[in-house]
Design a protein around this ligand. Structure first.
Ligand SMILES: *Cc1c(COP(=O)(O)O)cnc(C)c1O
Length: 393
C-alpha cells in the first residue's frame, strides 16, 4: 500500500512542505464516513465505481471502511482491485468490452457480472465466457432528468423493447439476469430513481424473466457551491419506494454504484499562488490537472486561503478572484470566481475543497504539469465545517 505522510490539516502541510506543487489532502475519516453512510443506509450492496478516483489511498480507505464490491470498467481497474484485495467482488459494468478483456476478466480474475446494452455485446460475452455462472446485467436507457450534470443514457443503454429481448436471450442461454441503469452523474432529483425503477418493472414484466439483481447505478450528488443537493437519505428512500412499487421480491439483490458521493468530500487540493495581477491569481493546478470538472460539469468548489508567517491579523475584506491554471493554454482558467481575502498574494496557498471525485482521475500531463502528491490530513473537511446540514444528513 502506498505510504503518505499525515498532518493535522492543510496549514500543517503548507508549513512542513512549503509546496510549490499541488498537493492532494486526503481525509480517510471522511471517506470512511461516506462509506458507512452508504453501507448502513442503502438497501443493498454498495459497489464503488473505481473510475471516479482509483488512487490506492482512496480505494484503501473505502476498503478499510467496509466496501467489498467494486464497479470496474477496464482490465487495469480489475487487476488493481483483484490483486490488492483478494476478497473483493468485481462487476464489469462497461457496456462495451474487448473480447480479450472479457476472456481475461472471466478466466484470470473470476469476474461473473457483465453489463450489456446490445445483442452483439451479449453474444460476445456468451462466446468468451460460455455463459457459465454468468450474470448478465442489461443496462437500460433512462429518460433525461432535469438537474443532472451528465446524461449518461446518451451514450449507453438499451430501449425497453431491446432490453426485454436481451433479458430473454440471456435467460435462454442459461445466464442469470439483472437490470441496470445510471440516471446521470450529480443527480439532484431523487425521483429520477423512482422513474427508472418503474421502467425496470415494465421491462422485466415484458421479458417475463426472474431477475437476480437490480442495479440503480451511481449519480448520487456531492455538495458543491451554489448547488442544492438533497441529502442521500432522500435518494435511498426514493429507491426503497421505487422497489416496493414494482414489487421486487426480497431474494433479488440490489446494487448501487456510487462514485462521486462516496469520494468527493474525501480530498481537498492545496495550490499555491505564483503571481497576482489585480484580481487574477495564477496558481499551480488547473483545468488540465485536477479541476477539469469545473468546465465539463460547471461545478463550483469551496476554497479558503492559507498564509504562513504573517503576524498581522487576517483581513476581513474579500474579493472575487479568478484562478488561472499553470499551462500556457489560454483556456486554462477555472470558470466562476473564488471569494478570498482581498490581500491574497504570491506565495499564499489556497485549499480547494470537495475535489475527491473526477480530479486526479482525469488529470493530464499537458505542458509538463501533473498533480500527483498525496498526503493524509486529519481535520474535518473545510466545507463540512461551514455547513452542518450534510454532516447531520
Ligand atoms: C461513472 C459510473 C458510475 C459512478 O457515477 P457517479 O455519478 O460518480 O456516482 C457508476 N456506474 C457506472 C456504470 C459509471 O459509468
Amino acid at each position: 500500500m502506498a505510504l503518505a505522510r499525515s498532518f493535522a490539516d492543510a496549514r500543517a502541510v503548507a508549513e512542513a512542505l512549503r509546496p510549490g506543487y499541488p498537493v492532494y489532502c486526503l481525509r480517510p475519516h471522511v471517506l470512511a464516513r461516506q462509506a458507512k453512510r452508504f453501507l448502513t443506509q442503502f438497501p443493498g450492496e454498495v459497489l464503488y465505481a473505481v473510475k471516479c478516483n482509483p488512487h490506492p489511498l482512496v480505494v484503501d480507505a473505502l476498503y478499510k471502511a467496509g466496501i467489498r464490491h467494486f464497479d470496474t470498467a477496464s482490465l487495469p481497474e480489475i487487476a488493481q482491485i483483484a490483486e490488492t484485495y483478494p476478497d473483493a467482488r468485481l462487476y464489469f459494468m462497461h457496456p462495451v468490452k474487448g473480447r480479450a478483456v472479457i476472456k481475461n476478466a472471466y478466466r484470470v480474475y473470476g469476474v461473473r457480472h457483465y453489463v450489456v446494452d446490445h445483442e452483439a455485446e451479449l453474444e460476445k460475452v456468451l462466446a468468451e465466457t460460455g455463459g457459465r455462472e454468468v450474470t448478465i446485467m442489461v443496462r437500460i436507457n433512462t429518460p433525461p432528468s432535469e438537474g443532472t450534470l451528465y446524461h449518461l443514457s446518451a451514450k449507453f443503454g438499451a430501449d425497453p423493447e431491446q432490453a426485454a429481448a436481451l433479458l430473454k436471450r440471456a435467460d435462454q442461454a442459461g445466464c442469470k439476469v439483472g437490470i441496470a441503469f445510471h440516471v446521470g452523474s450529480q443527480c439532484l432529483r431523487p425521483e429520477a430513481y423512482g422513474v427508472a425503477l418503474d421502467l425496470c418493472g415494465e421491462i422485466l414484466a415484458a421479458a417475463g424473466v426472474q431477475p437476480v439483481a437490480i442495479d440503480v447505478g451511481g449519480g448520487f450528488p456531492a455538495r458543491y457551491v451554489e448547488m442544492d443537493s438533497p441529502p442521500l437519505s432522500e435518494f435511498f428512500q426514493a429507491i426503497r419506494d421505487g422497489l416496493k412499487a414494482i414489487s421486487v421480491p426480497p431474494t433479488v439483490e440490489i446494487y448501487c454504484e456510487p462514485g462521486r458521493a462516496l469520494v468527493a468530500a474525501g480530498c481537498s487540493l492545496l495550490v499555491q499562488v505564483q503571481l497576482r495581477k489585480d484580481r487574477q491569481l495564477y496558481v499551480n493546478d488547473g483545468i488540465y490537472g485536477s479541476l477539469s470538472e469545473t468546465v465539463d460539469a460547471g461545478i463550483r468548489l469551496p476554497a479558503r486561503r492559507i498564509r504562513l508567517g504573517d503576524d498581522e491579523p487576517e483581513t476581513e475584506d474579500t474579493l472575487d478572484f479568478t484562478l488561472n491554471g499553470p499551462t500556457c493554454d489560454s483556456l486554462d482558467v477555472v470558470p466562476g470566481v473564488f471569494e478570498l481575502p482581498a490581500d491574497t498574494r504570491e506565495g499564499d496557498w489556497i485549499e480547494i475543497d470537495q475535489v475527491g471525485a473526477y480530479s486526479n482521475a482525469l488529470a493530464t500531463h499537458f505542458n509538463g504539469f501533473f498533480p500527483e502528491t498525496f498526503v493524509l490530513v486529519q481535520d474535518p473537511s473545510p466545507a463540512f465545517q461551514e455547513g452542518a446540514r450534510e454532516a447531520a444528513a
